[in-house]
Design a binder for this molecule. Structure first.
Ligand SMILES: Cc1ncc(COP(=O)(O)O)c(C=O)c1O
Length: 374
């Protein structure tokens, strides 16, 4: 990011690539001999896959998961040639050839996807690799138990397909004691027996913290790489990754009782100093934060939100700061040391994943810990 960009922007988003890589190394070490992939779908959870994926590749990661073919294609020139990109949704009907042309590995989730992939392989007269997903208790993606048994008893069902992996996804992994975890693991072990021997993958970030029995051959963390807490109610072992600072546009002093913002939803019971900051719900600072007691921080002082979140701005009660502490252009912290992503999410009544993937496109983005920008 140039100084010019930083000067023009209403807010700065700093993404610490070094912290993301450290988080990957922590997870990689935690899973021992198992391979640690990286989930970089949804633009690396809103943080910029074109920057995050190459940084992770430089740290040693060799397998990346995205949701859509287009996301995989966008990474094509960002990654070393020995890295593999896997597409969780598999090919949409008719898109199979593009996977082959670009060497992208699909996750096949249904009998229809198996059939289309196998048919293409046979027409090309070669085996094509794919990961087969089985549903072990989420009813979202993957072969049901019934479909899996049908595949196992049909000699042609996998003709042309080289099963390069078997995977499933945990529904409740962030709750370590949830009975669904063990049930899904048991179904996964049983499901593997219905398919040719292949490396197995069950765990997302939280799944890694369920212990070795959940690691199998490959783990697929996303959220923990980006600093979100993997285990509900436990201390977060991951390094924080994101800092969001909004710029003050204007300040004013108001009389006691003056209504602030849309709907006149807030009034101060005393004279107050109001600072208007250039971040709003169009930037992913969710409107629900206006009801959750969220604050911004400046110099260690909490500045509560005053009134509703607008499209492009928030108004803060800056009365706790001395007059003149905030002037146009001053940066206040919205996400950072004082208020991590998970805390913002809790205030908005949502999860850190939604806060990250909502981060707006109007921020000036600054990447730390990257040789290209350091
Ligand atoms: C199939 C699959 N695997 C892995 C992940 C990564 O999960 P997390 O971000 O919780 O680590 C996701 C994310 O939703 C997913 O859908």
């Amino acid at each position: 990011m140039s100084n010019h960009e930083q000067t023009r922007a209403g807010a700065l988003l700093t993404v610490d690539l070094g912290a993301i890589c450290d988080n990957w190394r922590t997870l990689d070490a935690a899973v021992g001999a198992a391979e640690c992939a990286a989930v970089v779908k949804a633009d690396a959870y809103g943080l910029g896959a074109a920057r995050v994926a190459p940084a992770l590749a430089a740290a040693g990661c060799r397998r990346f998961f995205v949701a859509h073919l287009d996301e995989a294609l966008a990474l094509e020139h960002c990654l070393p040639s020995d890295a593999t990109v896997c597409v969780l949704h598999g090919p949409t009907p008719g898109a199979e050839r593009e996977f082959v042309e670009h060497g992208i590995v699909p996750v096949l989730n249904s009998r229809a996807q198996l059939a289309a992939w196998g048919a293409l392989a046979r027409s090309l007269d070669r085996e094509l690799p794919a990961i087969v997903q089985v549903d072990t208790g989420m009813a979202r993606l993957g072969l049901s138990t019934q479909e899996l048994h049908a595949v196992a008893s049909d000699a042609d069902a996998l003709a042309g397909i080289r099963v390069a992996g078997v995977m499933s996804h945990l529904a409740c992994a962030e709750q370590a004691g949830h009975p669904a975890n063990l049930a899904q693991r048991q179904r996964f072990v049983a499901a593997r027996r219905c398919l040719p021997p292949a490396p197995a993958s069950l765990a997302n970030s939280s799944g890694i913290f369920l212990g070795e029995a959940y690691h199998f051959d490959l783990v697929r963390p996303g959220a923990a790489l980006y600093g979100l807490a993997p285990v509900e109610g436990a201390p977060n072992p991951m390094r924080p990754v994101v800092r969001l600072q909004g710029k003050v546009v204007q300040t004013r002093t108001i009389e006691a009782g003056t209504p602030v913002g849309y709907g006149h939803a807030w009034r101060s019971d005393r004279p107050a100093r109001i600072a208007t900051v250039a971040v709003g719900y169009a930037d992913g600072w969710l409107r629900s934060l206006g009801h959750g007691g969220a604050a911004a921080w400046f110099d260690g002082v909490a500045l509560p939100l005053a009134g509703r979140v607008s499209m492009d701005t928030i108004t803060l009660d800056a009365s706790a700061l001395p007059d003149g502490a905030l002037v146009p252009g001053t940066l206040v912290e919205l996400i950072g040391e004082r208020q991590v992503v998970d805390a913002v999410a809790a205030r908005a009544g949502t999860i850190g994943y939604e806060i990250l993937t909502s981060l707006g496109s109007r921020y000036a983005r600054h990447y730390l810990g990257d040789a290209a920008t350091a």
